[in-house]
Design a protein around this ligand. Structure first.
Ligand code: KIV
Ligand code: ZN
Length: 432
């Protein structure tokens, strides 16, 4: 990633900024097979789950929430299959979600029997609306659910000493919870788990519903990081949803506010408007010269697998993934891109107008960048002839020929391909 600048925004010597920045990638946890799957019109088949699991491993996910086995028999069976058929690489840890209810916790441990290492993710809702309207319980009662759940997780784990257990707790609907109360519940859970004595504990703060702007979420995260006991022994994880369209921004600001780990999904599949998109956040880091520790260089394959497992088409403007995200139709953009690409030398820092990253890094081709329609100009048309046919048009001819191409595109009413451009050129200039 050395071809990217650490910051792509010119710095002013008299101004110290930004105050906060992300210096290294967080730990990632992919929840595609749980949050993603539970939001699908048609949940994934076992074969689709296996395909997506293998893809997540291939892109470098080391922690993967594989389901909610106590609530779903297919999830239970999938968990068993992964363990019994030895399909989990040594450096990958599976995670399962469970509500903080005794029979569900016990069943989750049954699902995980024989795992080398596993994260048991227990949650209960803590927000005002859930307390008052869903559970009709007061703060003490809700806290007790969390504490009893934590105790049972600890007791069950002790029954399976061959597995290395990591405990994770989520105050679900954290964004709608009074932050001081969330801290109180988290401290109570940790009083049971005792991370200070070496038990690995993850505290996951979910924006179950994205209720505020990302800076407010980051303030909540910071308040928890500063207010909880044993912060230094804990992993603080975030799980953001996209109701206001800011799940990635919230996760990024949350990391700046002190979080260590991010849960998300490929292309953001998940409940309602989806989860935080792992690809967007990872590639945002990459574009700033930070190794995201996830590998998206074969984006075409990633997209194909995600689409076929979720049955959701990719929007052509989906950041880093969509068909059109590296394409320029407009004349001035094409001209600028062409000039930058021509001047660019091997080993240069990536510095191409209108292209935040090199499409090659995601397995995309430069051929996709400049495409021609009636909005395109002389630079783009010249670029296509140069790129595809090694024809170097003199400036006076660029102007004249691009008008011909524009007219043809207008008549045709859409994109005009490289072969048609070449044919037009031959007809007008080579026939005479
Ligand atoms: O969105 C959410 O709160 C969840 C939790 C169960 C972590 O998916
Ligand atoms: Zn969620």
């Amino acid at each position: 990633h050395r071809k990217y600048r650490r910051f792509d925004v010119p710095n002013k010597p008299d101004r110290q900024w930004p105050n906060h920045r992300i210096d290294s990638a967080p730990r990632w946890c992919a929840v595609d097979l749980r949050d993603g799957n539970q939001a699908l019109v048609k949940p994934m088949s076992p074969a689709q789950k296996q395909r997506l699991f293998d893809l997540l491993v291939k892109v470098g996910c080391k922690e993967i929430e594989i389901g909610f086995p106590s609530a779903s028999q297919p999830d239970f069976d999938f968990c068993r299959k992964l363990i019994e058929e030895n399909r989990i690489p040594d450096d990958v840890t599976i995670q399962v979600l469970t509500q903080a209810r005794p029979e569900l916790i016990e069943r989750s441990f049954e699902a995980l029997k024989g795992a080398r290492r596993a994260i048991v993710h227990v949650y209960n809702s803590t927000s005002v609306v859930q307390r008052e309207q869903v559970f009709s319980m007061d703060k003490a009662g809700i806290k007790q659910i969390a504490v009893s759940g934590a105790q049972l997780v600890k007791d069950e784990a002790a029954k399976y000493p061959a597995t290395e257990w990591v405990f994770q707790y989520s105050p679900e609907s954290f964004t709608g919870t009074e932050t001081d109360y969330a801290i109180e519940v988290i401290d109570a859970v940790n009083a049971v788990w005792q991370p200070e004595n070496g038990q690995e504990v993850i505290i996951n703060l979910p924006a179950t519903v994205e209720m505020s702007s990302p800076n407010v979420f980051a303030d909540q995260v910071e308040t928890v990081c500063e207010g909880i006991k044993h912060r230094e022994h804990l992993t603080i994880s975030l799980h953001t949803h996209n109701d206001r369209g800011c799940a990635v921004a919230a996760a990024e600001l949350g990391v700046m506010a002190g979080a260590d780990r991010i849960e998300g999904t490929l292309m953001g599949n998940g409940e309602r408007t989806g989860n935080m998109d792992l690809i967007t956040m990872a590639m945002n880091l990459y574009s700033q010269g930070i190794d995201p520790k996830l590998n998206f260089e074969n984006m075409a394959e990633i997209r194909e697998v995600v689409e076929s497992c979720t049955d959701i088409a990719t929007h052509p403007r989906h950041p880093y993934v969509g068909e059109l995200v590296f394409t320029a139709f407009s004349g001035s953009h094409q001209d600028a891109i062409r000039k930058c690409l021509v001047r660019r030398e091997e080993g240069d820092i990536w510095n191409v107008a209108y292209l935040p990253i090199d499409p090659h890094d995601l397995g995309r081709r430069y051929e996709e960048v400049v495409r021609i329609n009636s909005q395109s100009g002389k630079g783009g048309v010249a670029h296509v002839l140069e790129r595809d046919y090694n024809i170097d048009l003199p400036r006076w001819l660029q102007q004249e020929f691009s008008r011909l191409v524009q007219k043809a595109a207008e008549d045709q009413g859409g994109e005009i391909d490289s072969l048609t451009i070449r044919r037009l050129f031959d007809e007008h200039y080579l026939a005479v």
